[in-house]
Write a protein that binds this ligand. Structure first.
Ligand code: CTP
Length: 319
């Protein structure tokens, strides 16, 4: 029977304060990594006790109607109404219904991807998940182009598309959405207050320009279920990152999971500087009190799963 040991006993505070890149040295890419099928299946089974990606990946049309009131998951005192546009864009059936893939890539946004040459390898996977509408065209050599699912936190509209202040930014977002070509656009619309307007702008663009995307909105229980699963494995996460959410969901429909662009440290394994994101100038902020994420802690858990063969983390160059 395969044992899953996801986390040791070190406290999150200690993990966050030290220079993690040294502690997290991985074996060279050429070192043998073998997929542990038994362990992957066991993890899938365990996660299924907390959530089911087929259902929790999206709220469905039948369960809400325009005007319904939703309490934000992280701001329970604040509410939003289900708009007509949101209702129209809710899927009728799960976008992952009966889906099974041999291999999946989850592409995080760390600058460790720059000069990795991983684009080709990423594009060979059966299902490719990306985060927060990160650009691909200009970085194709390192990050690939194939996109089957991409997430979009409402804050991305502010950070990467200047809150659509003028026609140029609206056009940029519209082009990015058109480039998705029928893939799944996963919008955590019910997580935290403050993003409603931004989400509505995106809905208007999609409907007005008949953009070919399949929108999906994580279920109200997903966040707590994901936290619950990791908590029972002694990984104390305040608010799971998009990357960790995607891995947790992917266990349901992917036989083998490959992670790229997961490296929440300012230095690489050879002590060279690494950008926080491969495509912008955002700085490392995860150690601040204000940041809700505990990325190094998540990384430690993922690395442990890599060492046991449950997933493969690539943090250097691809062969
Ligand atoms: N990531 C990482 N190392 C980095 C940056 C990102 O491992 N230096 C991973 C994280 O799992 C993250 C994912 O890549 O969730 C996507 O990055 P990003 O867009 O920054 O995601 P979030 O931090 O989850 O988004 P937000 O800041 O909007 O909450």
């Amino acid at each position: 029977r395969a044992e899953v040991v996801i986390n040791g006993s070190s406290s999150p505070a200690v993990v966050e304060r030290s220079n993690e890149s040294i502690k997290h040295n991985m074996r060279p890419a050429s070192a043998k990594w073998r997929h542990n099928q038994t362990l992957s299946l066991r993890i899938r089974k365990q996660i299924l006790k907390f959530l089911d990606a087929e259902k929790d990946i999206s709220v469905l049309k039948g369960t809400l109607k325009p005007g319904d009131i939703i309490h934000y998951i992280f701001d329970r005192d604040s509410t939003m109404n289900v708009s007509q546009n949101l209702y129209e864009l809710l899927p009728r059936t799960s976008p992952l219904k009966n889906k099974h893939f041999r291999t999946c890539a989850i592409v995080g946004n760390s600058g460790v991807l720059l000069n990795s040459g991983c684009g080709q390898e990423i594009d060979t996977h059966s299902f490719v998940i990306r985060c927060n509408l990160a650009p691909v065209q200009e970085y194709a050599r390192d990050v690939g182009l194939k996109t089957d699912l991409v997430t979009m936190n409402p804050s991305v509209i502010q950070r990467a598309f200047e809150d659509l202040v003028n026609a140029t930014w609206r056009e940029k977002l519209l082009q990015r959405l058109h480039s998705l070509n029928g893939s799944i656009l996963w919008i955590p619309a019910f997580m935290a207050r403050g993003g409603k307007e931004r989400v509505e702008w995106v809905h208007e663009l999609i409907l007005k320009h008949r953009v070919d995307v399949r929108t999906a909105y994580p279920s109200l229980r997903l966040l707590h279920a994901v936290r619950g699963y990791w908590l029972t494995n002694k990984v104390h996460i305040k608010r799971p990152t998009t990357g960790l959410l995607m891995y947790t969901l992917a266990t349901r429909f992917c036989n083998q999971i490959y992670l790229y662009g997961f490296w929440p440290f300012p230095l690489d394994q050879n002590q060279n500087p690494v950008k926080y994101h491969y495509y912008d100038s955002l700085k490392y902020g995860y150690t601040s009190q204000a940041s809700p994420h505990t990325m190094p802690l998540e990384f430690k858990a993922l690395k442990s799963l890599h060492e046991q063969g449950a997933l493969k983390l690539t943090v250097g160059q691809c062969d």
